[in-house]
Design a protein around this ligand. Sequence first.
Ligand code: BYC
Length: 324
Amino acid sequence: MQVDDTPTQERLQARFDRMVADEVRIEPRDWMPEGYRRTLIRQIAQHAHSEIIGMQPEGNWITRAPSLRRKAILMAKVQDEAGHGLYLYSAAETLGVDREELLDLLHSGKQKYSSIFNYPTLTWADMGAIGWLVDGAAIMNQVPLCRCSYGPYGRAMVRICKEESFHQRQGFEILHTLSHGTPAQKAMAQDAVDRFWWPSLMMFGPPDSASTHSERSMAWGIKRFSNDELRQRFVDMTVPQAEALGLTLPDPDLRWDEESGHYAFGEIDWSELDRVIRGDGPCNAQRIERRRTAHEEGAWVRESAAAYARKHAATSSAAGETAA
Ligand code: BYC
């Protein structure tokens, strides 16, 4: 008599729960609850979209960087961001979605990307502020993601974080040079920090009390810390760095709080984050428009690559038949 040993839904769920509790990585071949899969697709896709949209504010400055050395460094950084997008789209594809499908969702405004990339880059100092603050916030948020319970995402994050840490230092170095330059250069650095400080704090997402996904994502081992915890760590890390730069952070309420052992900071304007997420930030329309155009103009590259892959596959299978 044949025994039906097909695992039941409960057994699969119990095995999944045990793996998460024991910190055993979930891999694409493993059974996973549909909610876990959907949450990962949402977060990884938003992350991938942020990387490729994030190329725009900096890409604007490649031709205007003040020296050949600065151009080469900025170009390498923007290329790294394209690479991060590729690792992340590939990680999302292991969950059964298609990159084209995700790009359609981005272009139609159905999937989000980080609010921070909807702010304009007005001066060269903004490249410093983005590197120092935006990449600094990204590292704070992303280092814990290296331990994400889903293997392909966690592994992609390891390499991304190494590169982000280089990006953060190059931003700090740009600001350090400016803040030790002429009074006009120092003022330019201060202005960039003034404009990017609050939007950088918003990168960590809404306050915990308004975060719809945090609790579930933390229980699944996707997120390791809450939005507010990471935001606080970022403030604690950044204040001494601002002092080292000789720049001030635009918050009159910022002060060391002996009792909590953390820096206390002022109220964030959450209505601004809501507005920017809803599409009403200073550059939302421009960013999406440029992305759609780049996608259309790049169609011939994708078609050529697909034609080449088909030809290559046909040649190798013919060679395989001959050899057999
Ligand atoms: N901007 O429940 P919550 C980079 C959305 S790339 C826009 O707390 P969750 C870099 C959120 O998606 C930076 N949307 O969500 C690149 C959710 O909406 P839905 C990107 C935001 O997922 C190039 C809703 O608000 N980093 O650094 O638990 C150059 C409720 O929020 C934002 C990543 O993507 C925001 N700021 O937590 C330089 C890292 N915040 O989906 C640098 C991975 C929240 O329900 N992502 N929302 O419609 C994460 O860690 C998490 O997704 C977040 C949000 C912490 C961002």
